[in-house]
Ligand binder design. Structure first.
Ligand code: BGC
Length: 865
């Protein structure tokens, strides 16, 4: 019998091993699902004709195994294979398919390129849109090409072409980062794009986040600079080992192209009449007004290779409904609120202008554009007058389910307008479904809100003039996010920016990257629940991936945050000063005062202070600093004690007698002893009941209120809260046809009107953080040790559900559970990946220890359990 061969190895979190930013990339591989547990492995490295092997290494590890070979040099390409020994059979498996690790430019000195862009005068002061540039250059190759790489980034956003062919399928590259500190570049294998003779390279440029308008109340332009430029280095290796380097420099040329304006918020205007397919081919500049470029500045030590998957189109949707209106325009419904843009195929007279408008919802049968605030979200295309012209805007992105099309020549036929969905192309990791279609749809809505808002960085919302990396939103959502998609690379990158934007005193900004913004966001102040992202997300990352390196990288920022709050709180250990957002957007807060939560914001602030101190202690332990771990543990205990003396009354109630208060007190471990915890749980359940099983929490209480009820024995109340369909509740939007999670419980009010507050989005993931509870408690799948090396199966059926299932791609393979209740029997199927163990806690039976493999169990249930 041949042993199952492992899958090809991967390096760090790179999707293809190309352009690695380290000389020591860690290596991972997967065993086939049917495989037994790994006992040992051997890695083989082939570089410059030499093969080396590690020899047999007796270890189960196959996730981020340290690079055991000589360090990679810049650009070096090494072929790596693995074989394994498992407990299935005595022999070794076959070798995996080979994979290549290739280093990026590891030393800033290796960049000869400089940023270049159009040399014409631009109005940098007014708010007038500037016409984007295209840049190009031709060159002659006189020797055959054996390999070619393009390293590219921009001040702004770019799309490169070589000899008339689009390079890569990434969009909005290089994404958003704290550009002054870190500008990501991408590496492309362009070997097949080049040939001996004349060649041409060019790039479309857009303003993007670098100099486009960002932020609310009109926003700010030129946040990072006034230039729009490409920074690229094309390195071509010939058959004789020599290299030709074509780097952006003064030899390039620039001209405006067919794009008239391009803005992330406002959309794009493209005049097809000014288009020519040849502009990036040799000779393509003929007749055009190409002029020398101007060079700009960039500190090359700020260039970093992009570590994870890029933003790209991941799905294409066709309208589920199309209506021709009296004025000749079309109203399209894509059946799903999504983030992306429309692509059109159109034939009509030259000069016809097709206008595409976008909105998340309809009011009175028309697009509701009010919630967009000052984001125009309109794309326009002027036809060349040819058959089947195809167009899609390049450097904009919209949040929409509905669109109108005006000016369309003739009939709009099926397939001529499609919606292309864009987000960071993270590998899918988690699934969930259950017997209640509304709950399953709620879960899908969470997934769609994650897709729409994980676009390079985690944003709050995708449609209005905001789209910022609000720290609090992703802080509460991170555990859910890490279950649904492998978003570790994106969160790691964003946390690096959090570290860069952290103020010297430890203050973590409200949103990262920071952009100019009006009060109360400027001057930046520390806010509970938001700044705690720095301390809590690294631990969530570690729990999901088992990668202690992530903790190490972000530890200093986490500790600085807790140290800052420690000094603000003083010896009393109560954080009860300053501006706080409290339980932001709880249903009791007035629509235009979302921070005026029912729950005392200082109670929440002290609760988070304790919780973050506890997490720093956990991190210190993992990082091998027990003394520091002890210090932060003691600090957390002292804060909890202070919390009790200040906020816990002798009656056992909290000073803010609200759902959120009890939720934080219970879940953050702030109460002393079982009696106090069960008292708090009882009161919470009572509050929930008194509230007619309607949710009473905002961003802070919502992710944990069901957990607080569950761990205190009020599972039934948790289910009733979840299954509620009246407003406010999770399912109310679902009954209203929502296909994403709304920002407010009543973004659309029960009377059918839009919430009139200026801040009303229909695609905000924060309130969807309950999905984490759905995975762990309804389906019953949770990590019991970092990286799911130990799994806890603990399904807790309720709410009339008759079945549920969840799965998660752990670093060691797929873990899954599904259960079904029929008559008086519950049948459960659980799968544990190779080299992992699990404990199954099924209702009414003693815990069962499991090794890897699949186990089916049937248990009898009491009528009322
Ligand atoms: C954002 C939120 C964010 C909040 C902070 C809003 O405008 O959309 O999601 O966390 O401000 O107060």
């Amino acid at each position: 019998m041949t042993l199952p061969t492992p899958g090809p190895v991967t390096f760090e979190r790179s999707p293809n091993g190309l352009g690695l930013g380290t000389a020591h990339p860690r290596i991972s591989w997967r065993l086939p699902e049917s495989s037994g547990s790994q006992l040992a492995y051997e890695l083989e490295f082939q570089r410059a004709g030499l093969t080396t092997v590690t020899g047999r290494v007796a270890a189960a590890g196959r996730h981020l195994v340290p690079w055991p070979a000589a360090p990679l040099a810049s650009r070096e390409r090494v072929r790596v294979r693995v074989r394994v020994w498992t407990d299935d059979e005595p022999g070794a498996s076959g070798w995996s398919e080979p994979a290549w690790a290739e280093a990026a430019l590891l030393d800033p000195e290796e960049w000869s390129a400089v940023p270049v862009g159009g040399a014409w005068d631009e109005d940098t002061d007014s708010s007038a849109e500037r016409r984007p540039a295209r840049i190009r250059r031709e060159f002659v190759l006189d020797k055959p090409v054996v390999a070619a790489r393009l390293y590219a980034t921009a001040h702004g956003v770019y799309e490169a072409e070589i000899n008339g062919r689009r390079v890569g399928d990434d969009a909005l590259s290089p994404g958003w980062s704290v550009y002054g500190r870190r500008l990501q570049y991408l590496t492309y294998d362009v070997t097949s794009y080049l040939a001996v003779g004349r060649n041409a390279i060019g790039a479309w440029l857009g303003d993007g986040w670098y100099r486009g308008r960002l932020g609310f109340h009109g926003g700010t332009r030129n946040v990072y600079g006034t230039d729009q430029s490409l920074l690229a280095q094309l390195e071509i290796t010939h058959d004789d080992g020599t290299m030709t380097v074509i780097a952006t420099d003064s030899s390039w040329q620039a001209a405006v192209g067919p794009v008239i304006t391009s803005s992330l918020y406002d959309g794009e205007v493209h005049d097809g009449r000014a288009d020519s397919a040849d502009w990036s081919r040799p000779g393509g500049a003929d007749g055009g007004k190409w002029a020398p470029v101007v060079s700009h500045e960039r500190d090359m030590s700020t260039l970093v290779p992009a570590e994870g998957p890029p933003i790209r189109c991941t799905a294409v949707l066709t309208p589920v409904h199309s209506l021709r209106r009296d004025d000749g325009s079309y109203l399209l419904d894509f059946g799903q609120n999504l983030v992306g843009r429309l692509a059109i195929t159109v034939s009509g007279p030259r000069g016809t202008r097709v206008v595409l408008r976008h909105a998340e919802v309809l009011v009175n049968g028309d697009l509701a554009t009010g919630p967009l605030r000052q984001a125009r979200a309109v794309d326009e295309y002027v036809l060349r007058g040819e058959e089947n012209e195809q167009w899609e805007p390049r450097f904009t992105i919209h949040g929409f389910r509905y669109a109108t099309v005006t000016g369309w020549p003739g009939e709009l036929t099926e397939g001529s307008v499609v919606a292309r969905v864009y987000h960071t192309d993270m590998p899918l990791a988690g699934t969930f479904e259950c017997s209640d279609p509304l709950v399953t749809r709620l879960h899908e809505n969470v997934r769609w809100s994650m897709r729409g808002n994980f676009v390079g960085i985690p944003t709050d919302c995708p449609a209005r003039d905001e789209r910022l990396g609000w720290t609090g939103d992703v802080q509460v959502f991170a555990p859910t996010a890490l279950f649904l998609y492998d978003c570790a690379a994106l969160l790691d990158s964003w946390l690096t920016d959090v570290g860069h934007e952290q103020l010297p005193d430890g203050t973590v900004p409200w949103f990262v990257p920071v952009i100019p913004s009006p009060p109360p966001w400027t001057p930046i102040r520390p806010g509970a629940g938001w700044g705690d992202a720095a301390a809590l997300i690294p631990v969530a990352l570690y729990q999901a991936t088992g990668d202690a390196e992530l903790l190490r990288r972000h530890y200093a920022a986490a500790r600085a945050w807790v140290d800052l709050i420690t000094s603000l709180a003083g010896p009393g250990r109560l954080w009860n000063t300053g501006f706080q957002l409290g339980d932001w957007l709880d249903p009791a807060a007035p629509a235009d005062e979302p921070a005026a939560s029912e729950t005392d914001p200082y109670l929440i602030a002290t609760a988070y202070f304790a919780w973050s101190a506890r997490h720093v202690s956990i991190a210190a332990d993992v990082l091998g600093d027990p003394a520091e771990a002890e210090r932060y543990r003691e600090l957390a205990d002292e804060i909890a004690k202070a919390f009790r003396s200040r906020y816990l009354l002798s009656s056992g109630r909290l000073t803010s007698d609200t759902q959120a208060s009890y939720a934080v007190a219970i879940v953050f471990g702030l109460l002393d002893g079982e009696a106090a915890v069960s008292h708090a749980g009882r009161r919470l359940a009572e509050l929930v009941r008194e509230n007619g099983h309607h949710i009473g929490t905002g961003f802070i209480g919502t992710p944990i209120v069901c957990d607080a009820l569950t761990v205190t024995g009020h599972l039934d109340a948790a289910y009733r809260l979840l299954m509620q369909t009246e407003c406010p509740s999770w399912l109310y939007p679902v009954t209203q046809g929502a296909t994403t999670i709304w920002e407010r419980w009543d973004s659309l009010r029960p009377n059918g009107t839009l919430n009139p507050a200026g801040m009303t989005s229909f695609n905000h993931f924060a309130l969807g953080s309950v999905a984490d509870w759905m995975h762990r408690v309804i389906a019953g799948l949770a990590p019991a040790a970092p990286g799911y090396r130990k799994i806890e199966f603990r399904p807790q059926p309720g709410g009339g559900l008759t079945s549920a299932a969840a799965s998660h791609e752990t670093p060691y393979g797929r873990a899954a559970i599904s259960w079904e209740i029929a008559d008086e029997e519950m049948s459960v199927t659980m799968t544990v990946p190779p080299n992992c163990t699990a404990t199954a806690h099924l209702p009414g039976v003693p815990p069962v220890e499991m090794g890897s493999g699949t186990l089916r169990m049937r248990i009898r249930r009491n009528r009322d359990s």
